[in-house]
Design a protein. Sequence first.
Length: 372
Amino acid sequence: MAPQDPEAGHATAASAACKLPATGANLSEGFGSQAGFTPSVGNVKTTMIFVDFPDAPADDSPAALHDRLVPESTQWFRTASFGRLNLTVNADTSRFHRMPRSSDSYGYQRGLSAAAHQQYIEDAVRAVGRSVDFRGTQALYIVPTKRASAISFSPTFMGSVTAADGTTIPKTVTFGQDMHTWGAKVLNHETGHAMGLPDLYSYASGGSGHPFAGGWDVMGLISGPSPDMTAWHKWKQHWIGDEQVDCVDGSGTSTATLTPVEKPGGKKMTVVKTGPTRAVVAETRSKQGNDVGACATGVLIYTIDTATESGSGPIRIQDARPRSGGCGGNELNDATFGFGPGAVSTFRDAESGTTIEVTGKNGDDYTLTVRK
């Protein structure tokens, strides 16, 4: 066995102090057991089936619906994970399976109950029967015909279901007609839930408001210009390693140079632990990879609270340009801090007294100085 790099070992040990533990909050941003969630690394097998209804018989093509969702989404995950996640979607595009009930009988709208959602999924699985081999399925995708307007949005069922062949499927995404608006990113977002990630938008606004994270993560505004996942989520997903995290867990001054979240290698984030469930995070965002459409770049700073529920702002972007009007359709989409003339370079966290200052720039890499 090759000897370990002592610096890498030190970094890993130090970073562990900033791995805030999961709390009882729904889809907590903390680290902890991932039992029951879809894996986020390695070869992950999923299955996709297509359904229509007695009141909405399909006149579209399963293959076309598959192509609307799948090729782009699986490539997105390969890019976001730096090749650490290979999501395979085994799709039965041979037919639509007829559901036993009308599409408007499932109560399929915002506020859909878990029981009604489970009934919908179980009806679909029964409609398929043994015509599909579900063995090894780690997540199930159910796609309705476009004619089923009552199946409006795309939630993830967090419980398990059992297929006719006896396979226990731990998580299921049921797509709705919003897939025709948002495209493949709906699959990315909902698969994020299957992997244990929370919503970063506001439930209080009925899902239409984005006051917390804007378009800086696919778990927030999925149509945003910078939809790659935040460094915190990539750390949770094991797409970046502990040695790529600069952890500040004590008073004093420290400096780190961060490389962009969108590219592999280098130090990816500074985490300043400010409490048992809270931290301030800084990362660098650029115009490449999944963020090629970014309307702002630079240093993104946000707070994490692992005791905050999904939909209530567990990640909150700190805006370097408040009331600017933003860009790309949201106030926060130009929230980045920068370096040089005219740039806002310093953030102070009022709760902890922590100051993060951008003190240098080399291409897309930024140097930060933290005073705590």
